[in-house]
Design a protein around this ligand. Structure first.
Ligand code: KIV
Ligand code: ZN
Length: 513
């Protein structure tokens, strides 16, 4: 007999906590729809009490998603839990995930509470939550560094109060696989009512072991839920990566003997969507979703794969969704074909006006680029100028001159609200000149933390360049993404997109635990 392994995706909550990865309501909704197609069991949509923006995002996702449980995080207090319940009201299947720290360090230094107070608060919060929702998850934050005797008392108490899932976080990524697996096993053996709840693992990747620790929690500890994020997105070194967990359990079914509901062909589309939306690019050698994950460069490997694929391949690229690199639309495609493709990609634009804007951008791109791929369409709708709600700065025109041995010069026209600016500047290169020209008018004071360029579709110089710009200002870190066949234009778009995020403070507030 096989057990089922529950996949709990927290890209939109713990993933979003990564500085610069905060998303708008619409971006979160689009990713949630992709997670539904991927068939994750639980979508942690956000932290409803952390901001109005996150409340609205959880609410919209709860209303839209039919084929997954939608969850909101809540600190262990009545206000947070009530906000979570309110945001989740429209959900087909809802879960409240409440947490409080249980390690001596966190209780003393962060919460300034005694262990008995924490135990009492955990108990009362789960009792309160259980009156609002039947599905309650409880997490002892920094659980792995907590005293096991105290942790057992807390876990027993919250199960008594009706918690249905117990999640044991390795909040700071300190665990080692064998030790973490045995930790979960010990807790399950020592908590008298442990069989009344599903046990879950939640591992951070600070020592690069989040996936290994989670798998040990499953295999040794008997956990039946894994918390993870697409591309391993998350604070610091990130969370346990969904694609790696899923493909490890699927590929080594002989060892794990567990069933998953996941449709793995949706993994690569989900990975691309998250990377394009957040600007957190995937390293080429990343397992499963990296551009090189299935590329065989050496002659010996290529020869082997041509003779028999399984000589060097343990998974098939098409099984995780790598087949998608195909031409989907061209210059002659009409509005209906474009709209249909948006639908197939799970993109629903809010209004006909937004579809029209996106279609005009598509036509413009098709004039300049003969082959349009799904990735191009995703980049196009991720371009902020498609959704009118957050755009303050808009690029109107750009020209630049660069010649070997000469200092490049750029002229940029852009609007800021109703004002139109024309600016020019020299720079070390054409990108530098363009961004300096913009700054000469805006004087944002933002610090550039990261600038990176990638080809949206690999293997051709005809690809659009996708630029990510990360800016820091006033304690906030934001990413802007811009795509264009001309990388200087893409850079200016990315820069203005990041400035738009800094400008629209209320819209994007990352949930912070
Ligand atoms: O890492 C952590 O401890 C968390 C909890 C809030 C579950 O994300
Ligand atoms: Zn976490």
């Amino acid at each position: 007999m096989t057990d089922k392994l529950i996949i709990f995706d927290t890209t939109l909550r713990d993933g979003e906590q990564s500085p610069g990865a905060s998303m708008t309501r619409d971006e979160k909704l689009r990713i949630a729809r992709q997670l539904e197609r991927l068939k994750v069991d639980v979508i942690e949509a956000g932290f409803a009490a952390s901001s109005n923006g996150d409340f609205e995002a959880v609410k919209a996702i709860a209303a839209a998603i039919k084929d997954a449980t939608v969850c909101s995080l809540a600190r262990a207090n009545d206000r947070d839990i009530s906000r979570a319940a309110e945001a989740l009201r429209g959900a087909n299947s809802a879960r409240i995930h409440t947490f409080i720290a249980t390690s001596a360090l966190h209780m003393e230094k962060k919460l300034r509470m005694t262990p008995e107070e924490v135990l009492q608060q955990a108990r009362m919060s789960v009792r309160f939550a259980r009156n609002l929702c039947a599905d309650i998850e409880f997490s002892p934050e920094d659980g792995y560094r907590s005293d096991p005797d105290f942790l057992c008392r807390v876990l027993e108490a919250v199960i008594d109060e009706g918690a249905t899932t117990l999640n044991i976080p390795d909040t700071v990524g300190y665990a080692i696989p064998e030790l973490y697996g045995n930790f979960i096993k010990t807790l399950r053996e020592r908590v008298p009512n442990s069989d009344k709840a599903i046990w879950s693992v939640h591992c951070h990747n600070d020592l690069g072991m989040a996936v290994a620790n989670s798998l040990a929690g499953v295999k040794i500890g008997g956990a039946r839920q894994v918390e993870c994020t697409i591309n391993g997105l998350g604070e610091r070194a990130g969370n346990c990566s969904l694609e790696e967990i899923v493909m490890a359990v699927k590929t080594r079914r002989d060892y794990f003997n567990l069933d998953l509901r996941i449709d793995a062909t949706q993994i690569v589309p989900a990975s691309r969507m998250v990377a394009q939306t957040t600007g957190f690019v995937v390293q080429p050698n990343k397992a499963v979703v990296g551009a090189n994950a299935f590329a065989h460069a050496s002659g010996i490997h290529q020869d082997g794969v041509l003779k028999a694929r399984d000589t060097y391949e343990i998974m098939r690229a098409e099984d995780v969704g790598w087949a998608a690199n195909k031409i989907v639309l061209g210059k002659l495609s009409g509005r209906n074909a474009f709209k249909q493709r948006l639908q197939d990609l799970g993109i629903s634009l809010d209004s006909e006006a937004e579809v029209n804007t996106a279609f005009m951008k598509f036509k413009d791109l098709a004039d300049r680029k003969s082959e349009i791929f799904d990735e191009d369409i995703l980049a196009l709708v991720n371009d902020e100028s498609v959704s009118a709600d957050v755009e303050h700065y808009r690029l109107l025109a750009l020209s630049q001159q660069s010649e070997m041995g000469e200092r490049p010069h750029a002229k940029v026209a852009f609007s800021a609200g109703l004002t139109e600016y024309h600016a020019e500047s020299d720079g070390n290169g054409p990108v530098d000149a363009s961004l300096k020209a913009i700054e000469s008018k805006i004087a944002s004071g933002a610090e550039l933390l990261l600038y990176s360029v990638n080809a949206i579709t690999s293997g051709s110089t005809e690809s659009q360049g996708e630029v990510t710009v990360r800016l820091q200002h006033g304690g906030r870190v934001v990413n802007g993404v811009g795509a264009d066949p001309d990388i200087v234009v893409a850079s200016a778009k990315a820069y203005l997109a990041a400035l738009n995020k800094l400008h629209s403070k209320a819209e994007r507030v990352a949930a912070q635990g």
